[in-house]
Design a protein. Sequence first.
Length: 218
Amino acid sequence: MTGFTQSFYWEKIKIIPSEKNSFLKNFNENKYQVFSLDLDKLKAQLDGVPSRNNISSSSMAEIYFPDNNGGMERFQVSETSTLAPEIALKYPNIKTYIGFSLDNPGTRIRFSITPQGLKTMSTYPNKPTLFTVPLNKGNVSQYITYDRNVRIDSKEDFECLTENEYVPIKEITSFNRDANDQILRTLRIAISTTGEYTNFWDDGDNTNGDAQEDALAA
């Protein structure tokens, strides 16, 4: 691999053909970017970041994330836990954040840092959602950034055989509320998984969490 320095903890790199894994072979090489990341430096930048419920613009951290053109985009970031307080205390290595772009108004990023590495999702008002995830399972130092247009079109024809059936829906005006009503809500959710799912995400390294924590981190 070759690379050049990019903004503090990120470095853009280029994968040579022999290093491409199986899923990259299904991606258009002109529509994704690959970076190395010093995760410890990123964590240091996030140290002390305030909670979303207790922030001011001056207290939010300014963090850089890759864009789909190989550059960097700046975000103001705060922590927003998705775990119940007692679970968050039990698994302190699982952190989740939200950020708002300083370069592209209306753009928002949500990301997590766990024993599985960094995973991000950036939503834009005028282009597809952008993802940054580990290049390989268990590799927390190399990442791929892409959007939904990255896949090479399948040559297999797809035919939907589901029969169309009209089902009338009774309109209830009391439930037709604006989904973007600017009210911050706290919701509770319970998720169950199979043993196979937990086993798949178990990295075999108990120093960064057991199999259950690995599954939660995924």
